[in-house]
Ligand binder design. Structure first.
Ligand SMILES: *Cc1c(COP(=O)(O)O)cnc(C)c1O
Length: 390
């Protein structure tokens, strides 16, 4: 225990201490904490569907019909008709032959990558990939080659290096979770064809966000049929929980038999599945939600950039304002908190050293007035703390 306490003290001294807060959501964009109302600019609930009447109703109906928990793994007795229906609907949405659900996006990445990467295989992973991809690589028996962020020369160099590998798998976030930029999936697919590699994209922040009707990165680049593995989550734009992998029938069959995080974990409850299913339906029937989200993101990003804030350029609702020093980033987040705005300071190890940042995320549910209010506060606090560019 003494050793652990010492390590914890070190974490605290470096400004990296984290703790859990709890909230009472009033709507997708307004949360209560200790009686005070906050404007939320930090949720992955991109389309605000957590509180959509049809989604909430689907959850209530599901609990009446199926009860609360699933009571078993998918391969035993935990699978309802709803699970199968959601997989079918997701496959149709993604334009793939099949889909397999996982309990989280994290578990999907860990399970899929460790199942695919065997002893004589090679995985090529972008250095800014999500932690769940990193952990999947660590769990697999394959050798992992990390390439510089979205750097195709670096990727090609690694592909050449590993020419002896049996299976080659290039894996990338579709939309990078901390920088909000979009992977160069078209270039990645070209290199994959040249070096006979499989391609896997993680669409956690891309579904409901980019591509036709929010279909994700493959759709955004028009690369249908050229990407072997698409992982995603129902926990972000789909307003529920759970992950999935989409691809060919053979891939899904293999994953079903070999992905340990699928096999050895209790199935999602029907309540979760029903909400995700209904959210997907709402998204399909309301593609204008995706344009509204884009419009809101552009509005806030432009406002912050024009004022001279060090914003990372992107075309997604993830708007990072890079402060650098962890303590200063936290200081800004605390001041925003005092003004009733929830924006997190993201610090190492989530982002590289000296790139601590405010990570702002926008939802289709925000009004322009809310975004203007937030922009004004962020800009005035940034001026006070002298974090402006140039
Ligand atoms: C959030 C996220 C995940 C994990 O998904 P969960 O369903 O929350 O476990 C995986 N990959 C990326 C890129 C993410 O942003």
């Amino acid at each position: 225990m003494e050793t652990i306490a010492k390590k914890l003290a070190e974490i605290t001294a470096r400004g990296l201490y984290r703790q859990v807060d709890s909230y009472q959501p009033q709507s997708p964009t307004k949360f209560l904490r200790a009686g005070k109302e906050y404007l939320v600019l930090s949720s992955n609930n991109y389309l605000g569907l957590t509180h959509h009447p049809l989604v909430m109703q689907a959850a209530k109906q599901a609990v009446d019909i199926f009860g609360a928990g699933s009571g078993g793994a998918r391969l035993t007795t935990g699978c309802t008709l709803l699970h199968n229906e959601l997989e079918k609907a997701l496959a149709q949405f993604k334009g793939t032959q099949a889909v397999r659900l996982f309990n989280t996006g994290y578990m999907a990445n860990v399970g899929v990558i460790s199942a695919l990467g065997g002893l004589d295989d090679a995985i090529f992973s972008d250095e800014l990939n999500h932690a769940s991809i990193v952990d999947g690589c660590r769990l697999s028996k394959a050798k992992t080659y990390v390439y510089r962020h979205s750097d195709m020369d670096s990727l090609e160099y690694q592909l050449k290096n590993a020419s002896q590998a049996k299976l080659k798998l290039i894996v990338t976030d579709g939309v990078f979770s901390m920088d909000g930029d979009i992977a160069r999936l078209d270039d990645i697919v070209m290199l994959a064809e040249k070096y006979q590699a499989m391609v896997m994209v993680d669409d956690a922040h891309a579904v409901g966000v980019i591509g036709t009707g929010g279909r994700g990165t493959v759709s955004y680049f028009g690369l249908e049929k050229k990407v072997d593995v698409q992982v995603g989550t129902m926990s972000k734009a789909l307003a529920s929980e759970g992950g999935y992998v989409a691809g060919s029938k053979i891939l899904i069959d293999y994953i079903t038999n070999c992905a340990r995080s699928f096999i050895f974990s209790t199935a999602l409850s029907a309540v979760t599945v029903a909400s995700a299913y209904q959210a997907l339906r709402v998204l399909e029937e309301n593609p204008q939600l995706v344009s509204k989200l884009q419009d809101n993101a552009d509005y806030l990003r432009t406002g912050l950039k024009m004022a001279g804030l060090p914003v990372i350029e992107s075309a997604t609702p993830i708007i990072p304002v890079v402060i650098g020093d962890a303590r200063r980033a936290v200081q800004m987040a605390v001041k925003l908190n005092e003004e009733g705005i929830l924006v997190p300071a993201v610090r190492p190890p989530t982002v590289p050293e000296n790139s601590s940042r405010l990570r702002i995320t926008v939802s289709a549910s925000h009004t322009k007035e809310e975004l203007k209010f937030a922009a004004d506060k962020i800009i005035s606090i940034a001026r006070d703390l002298e974090v402006m560019e140039g």
